[in-house]
Design a protein around this ligand. Structure first.
Ligand SMILES: Nc1nc2c([nH]c(=O)n2[C@H]2C[C@H](O)[C@@H](COP(=O)(O)OP(=O)(O)OP(=O)(O)O)O2)c(=O)[nH]1
Length: 182
């Protein structure tokens, strides 16, 4: 097994040996985020490359050499959506691993974004959509092939967020009452 001479080969790219005698594959490391609001999740529409143009994806992007996943995601969310996110408000949900072509394999960890500051906009001119749990993964919002295994874990995340939101809505008035009595 020959170790790669340069482990990091560019933005998002790292070289891993596939096996003792197998070829080395390039891993494209991309961090993505799930923003949930009122039971809906935010998707953005890609315009490139041609084979992904028109498809709907989770916001995010390539991890720079030496960057942590969380830092990369916070940077990408700022660049793409103009929102600010604390790294501590990122909760790992799932990851997807998908062959892109002969040379590369996409590895994409996906984080739930528990809080953000600002209102998301398509800061790079990309269309945005808040889609329901049912719409996610449906023909109405076709996604890159790597994303389909993420649909179920993201739906579960949405359900958890809805439940915790409801609990908070029930508890908040009681807390306010107790504060007033103090
Ligand atoms: N952000 C994101 N990328 C995805 C998803 N699904 C999927 O296959 N990808 C792929 C498409 C691209 O090959 C790669 C992301 O690269 P990108 O070009 O958008 O990354 P970036 O924002 O850093 O862009 P750039 O600065 O290099 O232009 O991951 C997804 O849900 N979200």
């Amino acid at each position: 097994l020959t170790p790669p001479s340069r482990p990091l080969t560019g933005r998002g790219l790292t070289t891993l040996a596939a096996g003792a005698s197998g070829p080395q594959r390039q891993i494209l490391l991309v961090a993505a985020g799930v923003l949930a609001k009122s039971g809906r999740v935010l998707l953005q529409q890609r315009s490139d490359p041609p084979q992904l143009a028109g498809l709907w994806e989770f916001p995010g992007g390539k991890v720079d050499p030496g960057e942590t996943l969380e830092k990369a995601l916070a940077r990408e969310l700022d660049e793409e959506l103009a929102i600010s996110v604390e790294e501590t408000d990122l909760e790992p949900i799932a990851f997807t691993s998908h062959p892109l072509d002969d040379a590369r394999n996409l590895l994409m960890p996906v984080y739930g974004v528990l809080a953000w500051a600002g209102e998301p906009v398509g800061a790079e001119g990309q269309p945005l959509a808040w889609v329901t749990s049912e719409e996610l993964g449906s023909d109405a919002y076709p996604m890159p092939p790597a994303d389909y295994p993420l649909v179920d874990p993201v739906r579960q995340f949405l359900r958890r967020r809805e439940r915790s939101g409801k609990r908070w809505r029930l508890v908040a008035p009681v807390r306010r009452l107790l504060r007033r009595r103090r």
